[in-house]
Write a protein that binds this ligand. Structure first.
Ligand code: AQP
Length: 320
């Protein structure tokens, strides 16, 4: 059976895009072996506050549980807690070219933003390759922005296998059918993102209803005055329609005004987020539970990860 890995960076508050694009497809596919990985090591590639990263890691794990990820079926792990990720990272660096890493669009964008560029930002895609390959995963749901990194993981795996013998499963990138790309409500040309400078276009999964209502009511639309699906011509309205479809599970009926559309979207989003918020509040009463879930996730994936690293060390020429 196929094995999947879905990653989440603990770089800020999870939002509706993360839920619709990644968490719900993960929950829907829990009949197959899956890993939900919190990439806390990746959160160290940019300027960060240690306490914030630690707190965010626990928050992401709690939100995953609140959104329906079942730890009995899906291993929830933090990549920093499974040291095989970092060990494999180094071994994979030894088969990756500097030019390959420096060519990554995300590296160019983030390193061009000014300030000190951490070496880990350059090698981030190699760590991502290790995150995937260490678990013998064969399917990785990825958004467009990560497809170049997945391609590099495939290249590294294929090259290693060719040079040192069959060692890695070569993973395939998939786009789950149910995953829509949710755009920023204030700037529908950009995707909704944790790290957008302004929260005006983002619906946080734990935002109170009043904030959600305000953000949706101020969502950018257009002057056409017609509610229709037209990604090119009416990106804001189209984004609202896609959110409505994703949250209500049905096609919207006849909507005659943007006001009516926004009210429907607000109700549909609230119906999806209210139970997640409630479950999150319950889970937060016992923080040790989340720690236990992470420890259990680690224990369940570690035997396979240890075996992959053993295989890799042997193939590349290290002593056992
Ligand atoms: N707007 C989005 N619509 C649909 N899916 C999305 N994902 C992210 N944004 C959207 C998917 O969520 C998963 C986790 O994303 P991530 O934590 O790895 O970070 P990201 O892809 O870089 O998302 P963010 O929220 O924009 O984070 P920052 O701002 O920190 O870069 C992934 O499966 C992603 O595709």
């Amino acid at each position: 059976m196929t094995r999947r890995l879905t990653g989440f960076q603990p770089t800020g508050n999870l939002h509706l895009g993360n839920l619709i694009g990644a968490m719900r497809p993960l929950v829907a596919a829990q009949d197959r072996p899956s890993i939900a990985m919190i990439a806390d090591l990746h959160a160290l590639t940019m300027e960060h506050d240690p306490e914030t990263v630690r707190a965010n890691t626990l928050t992401v794990a709690t939100v995953l549980l609140a959104a329906g990820v079942d730890p009995q079926r899906t291993a929830i792990i933090a990549n920093s807690q499974v040291p095989e990720h970092t060990e494999l990272h180094y071994l994979l660096e030894c088969v990756t070219g500097y030019g390959e890493a420096a060519r990554m669009i995300q590296f160019k964008e983030k390193s061009g933003a000014g300030g000190t560029v951490r070496l880990s930002l350059l090698t981030y895609p190699v760590l991502m390759a290790a995150d995937i390959l260490v678990h013998d995963v064969d399917q990785v749901p990825v958004g467009e922005d990560q497809s170049q990194h997945l391609e590099l993981a495939r290249t590294i795996a294929t090259r290693f296998n060719a040079r040192y013998g069959a060692t890695f499963v070569v993973p395939e990138g998939i786009r789950p059918e149910s995953a829509a790309r949710i755009m920023d409500l204030a700037d529908p040309a950009r995707k909704m993102s944790k790290s957008a400078p302004s929260p005006a276009g983002r619906i946080g999964l734990l935002d109170p209803p009043e904030t959600i209502r305000k953000v949706i009511s101020r969502a950018v639309t257009d002057t056409a005055g017609v509610v229709r699906h037209d990604r090119e011509g009416q990106p804001g309205v189209t984004n609202l329609l896609e959110i409505l479809r994703a949250c209500s599970g049905r096609e919207p009926g006849e909507l005659t005004s943007y006001g009516a559309l926004k009210r429907e979207v607000t109700d549909a989003v609230e119906a999806v987020l209210a139970p997640i918020r409630a479950r999150y509040a319950e889970l937060s009463e016992d923080p040790s539970h989340v720690r236990e879930v992470l420890a259990k996730g680690k224990a369940s994936v570690q035997p396979r990860a240890t075996e992959t690293v053993r295989r890799t060390r042997a193939a590349i020429g290290l002593l056992d």
